[in-house]
Write a protein that binds this ligand. Sequence first.
Ligand code: SF4
Ligand code: SF4
Length: 561
Amino acid sequence: MPRFIIDGREIEFKQGQTIIEAAANYGIDIPHFCWHPKLSVSGNCRMCLVEVEKMPKLVIACSTIASEGMVVHTHSEKSIAARNAVIEFFLINHPLDCPICDEAGECKLQDYAYQHSVGESRFVEEKVHKDKRIPLGPRVLFDGERCISCSRCIRFCDEIAKDSELTFVQRGDRVTITTFPGEELDNPYSMNVVDICPVGALTNRDFRFQARVWDMSHTNTICNGCARGCNTEIWVRDNKILRLVPRYNEEVNSYWMCDHGRLNTFKFVNADDRVDGPHLRVEGNLVKVGWDEAFAQTASRLKSFAKDEIAIIGSPYTTCEDNFMIAKFAKSVLGTGNLDFIRHIDPEFGDDILRKDDVTPNTLGAELTGIAPSKNGKDYSNIIKGIREGKIKALYLIEDDLLDYDSHLEELIAKLDLFIVNASNFNKSTTLADIVLPSATYAEKNGTFVNFQGRLQRIKAAVATIDADRALEGMSMSRLDKFGTKFDRWASGKKFDSRATWKILAGLSAALGQKYKYQMAEEVFADLGKSVSVFKDLDYDVIGDSGVQLKINVNELTAKV
Ligand code: SF4
Ligand code: SF4
């Protein structure tokens, strides 16, 4: 491979690569605003000016193609002076908004100003004033004074979202961003412009002024909005999720996520309708009880049915660990083969960018962990038929809303002798349930999902529950870190009394006379690895933050969906 020297270090590059790209591959960050690895090169910010020996002038590293034997200096006197001058130009008209700007703490201009500015302005004239707080669309607000005209947002709409909604108007220091006449910035990926805007010119209307970023914790996880499984970060303050942002994974979602995933997949975690503690129906009302009582009552009621009178519906919304335990509970503890889960397919949702028609995160995981009827057992449609015919008398619905899926089933479900629901939030199905057990949300537990590609990815607890808080009592920070649990146990804020489904079922199994010694999700996963060959030799460390590809025939599995 050809090589060149940058700041005294020899590096290899691929033919056609620019200096900034080749340097980035070696972790060398050349300061820049307008360049983005996934967008076309516009070369307008001039921040990446570097000195190349034998070239008469400084060159911009984002558009200068690397060549064999080139000698590049990013820290020479000349390149530093040029960068300082660029920053001075940017700051001429930039408002002193940092104390109230959402971007503060993660702003490239702020960071570079600390590194490259002389600390005071020579500009004494009135700054150019532009429009502030302009809604560009339903989800993004624009501040004209903060914009440095890098054009990243315009190129994102043109090249990634494939929906040209933004453009520059005016010239010189009056230049600004606007939408085309009659257009709004409302494509399904519009909020990615907030992430890539290098300053605070574009802000997320949902998150605006909710918190300073340094007051929040952030945890790597996976979006639960569809089978893509975009890699994301959950940002939390006082045990409440305030925003989701995408996390880079070239194999899955690159730098992006859709607006639906960003906005609609976390508010239920903070919502007022959470099931807080186990509930039993007493004289028509759901009454909160302790876990021991809930386990004892549920076990005793389940014991009163014959094995084939009981059916269980697992869930593509929950983890492999939970589904593995559901399959065990059905087949080994209750002895029923009436087991299936509901496929949630929305043909209107998918697109050619990221979104998939399967609007659940773990359909393949549910398949692989054994959520399927046994030889003589009933699948979903036969379970419903069995209820109609009076053959199925007890139904255990786990982390799904059957009555939201099919409202026609209401009368039928009301006829069951026993209807148990594991749910994180009260929903249509819990209104008919005899027993409601509070399941932890994807943001409150550790576990794994398998996305539509057959990629196994980890979710991590970002929000504390009462149960997790208790379980982690006394655990060292290094052990907490090993298990990926980053939330601040001591943070103030509401903690719900909910548990991961695997843990609820372990408690119920004990009440039914069968003990599982699982203490943590990784122990359930280890057992899964022993039982299902595709998970063999894997553990949470191996899966890591970017996931691993399972050796499975995805087409064969998705054919069932
Ligand atoms: S709004 Fe942000 S991303 Fe768009 S041109 Fe201005 S600075 Fe760049
Ligand atoms: S494409 Fe799917 S997984 Fe990705 S952010 Fe959107 S809903 Fe979430």
